[in-house]
Design a protein around this ligand. Structure first.
Ligand SMILES: O=C(O)CCC(=O)C(=O)O
Ligand SMILES: [Fe+2]
Length: 449
């Protein structure tokens, strides 16, 4: 007998339309992730408990200082307490937003075979296009969604050839929307800068400005799910971006982890959801929050969301708390990292199964974190962690031969309290191995004698 090979549908949409009553095990989330996933329509109705704030931007650039200040204060407070909010009176017309939604919706209404013509190729590094999450390891859980991902701005970094050609309004509507989101981002960065006591252009400059801030569109398509209580459309995460702006088709699904509980975002008409991402959290030394959130699915309705991630360039900028946000009482809470390093670090922390022995030294939880480095790294500054404080250190390559690079980390003295230490790192075959770490002198201890 010839055994029949049934190809596994790679798209969640195909799976959903196949009529299955139980979801494949790869989509069943572990028990600890399922807390609080009830019926999302019921969840959305609940009025008790904390709610995602709604910020009215009508007066964001008002001539009247008092009126403008009130708007700025509300936005600042929401960014500090929640890191996510519904923006209303944001200045982008309902008509344009509707065009964006119709365009994306029409594309996703195409048969899967048509959309496959736009399929991305993640293993080759082509991340733009139509895709679904790939199983990355034996324990890798999948998400109940397909998506379309592409860069929208700046114009010289986008590739219109890979954008959906159907419907014809996709490109004009999405391009215009991206431009208007870019202008809105400038206004938000200004308010957030002022909120930290900085010049209004500062945060925007720190994330790359007009030239380098990248806007990426991700259309999330969440098909109906036969067992929504066991699945997640998007697993719990914080956005790595500076800011994220989200539209959706008024089907509930977004949940925020606030004060230890999952809070369901209401569907607020004509609003744009805005997240503070990790990038702004880092630059503000944690004053603005990047909130943990996830996407829940349901049995009855397809949900679609349009997220625009505003991201700093991957390698060009070292993200670290701005000096103005750091004091003795509030030492830096984040080590300096490029955006690429930050993303790699998050991925790394999540994927415990790939943790090789020598990588253990990188783990942030360790009492004294030893940060190894690459000799070609943009940053010559590295850090290690002591008593929950990141200390800037200096590194120097001492000797280099064909195989090994021996280098030395010296911690610079920071105020009176610091610890001077020496960290020697041996690099071999592209792996950084922490070989030796020796505390030389505890300045504070010395001086208190
Ligand atoms: O669909 C949503 O509302 C949220 C999606 C999301 O969090 C993301 O794409 O990063
Ligand atoms: Fe997100």
């Amino acid at each position: 007998m010839v055994s029949e090979v049934i190809p596994t549908p790679s798209r969640v949409e195909s799976l959903a339309k196949s009529g299955i009553l139980a979801i494949p095990k790869e989509y069943v989330r572990p028990q600890e992730e399922l807390n609080g996933i009830g019926n999302i329509f019921e969840e959305e109705k609940k009025d008790d408990g904390p709610q995602v704030p709604t910020i009215d931007l009508k007066e964001i650039v008002s001539e009247d200082e008092k009126i403008r200040e009130k708007c700025h204060q509300d936005l600042k407070k929401a960014a500090m307490e929640w890191g996510v909010m519904h923006l209303v009176n944001h200045g982008i017309s309902d008509e344009l937003i509707n065009r964006v939604k119709v365009a994306g919706g029409t594309f996703f209404d195409l048969p899967v075979e048509e959309k496959e013509k736009y399929a991305n190729d993640q293993p080759s590094g082509n991340v733009q296009g139509y895709g679904s999450k790939l199983a990355n390891s034996a324990c890798g859980q999948l998400e109940w969604e397909d998506y379309f991902f592409h860069c929208v701005l700046p114009e010289d970094k986008r590739d219109l050839a890979i954008w959906p050609k159907t419907p014809t309004d996709y490109i004009p509507a999405t391009s215009e929307y991206a431009k208007q989101i870019r202008n809105l981002a400038t206004k938000i960065f200004a308010v957030l800068s002022i909120g930290l006591g900085l010049e209004e252009g500062r945060l925007e400059k720190e994330v790359g400005g007009m030239e380098d801030l990248l806007l990426q569109m991700k259309i999330n398509y969440y098909p109906k799910c036969p067992q929504p209580e066991l699945a997640l459309g998007v697993e719990a995460h914080t956005d790595v971006s500076a800011l994220t702006f989200i539209l959706h088709n008024m089907v509930p699904g977004l949940q925020l982890f606030y004060e230890g509980k999952w809070v369901t975002a209401k569907c607020v008409p004509n609003s744009i959801i805005m997240h503070i991402g990790d990038t702004i959290e880092i630059l503000s030394n944690g004053k603005y929050k990047s909130i943990l959130h996830r996407g829940v699915v349901n049995k009855e309705k397809v949900r679609i969301s349009w997220a625009i991630f505003c991201e700093p360039p991957k390698e060009k900028i070292i993200l670290k708390p701005l000096p103005e946000t750091v004091t003795e009482a509030e030492p830096p809470r984040f080590p300096p990292r490029t955006f690429a390093q930050h993303m790699a670090h998050k991925l790394f922390k999540k994927d415990d199964h790939d943790t090789a022995a020598e990588h253990k030294a990188f783990k942030e939880d360790s009492a004294a974190e030893h940060k190894a480095f690459k000799e070609d790294s943009a940053a010559e500054q590295k850090v290690f962690k002591k008593d929950d404080q990141y200390v800037v250190a200096e590194h120097k390559v001492l000797k280099e031969d064909d195989q090994d690079i021996v280098s030395e980390h010296k911690v610079l003295k920071e105020d009176e309290q610091d610890v001077a230490a020496e960290l020697k790192v041996f690099k071999k075959d592209d792996q950084d191995v922490v070989a030796e770490h020796k505390v030389l002198k505890d300045v504070a201890a010395e001086e208190s004698k």
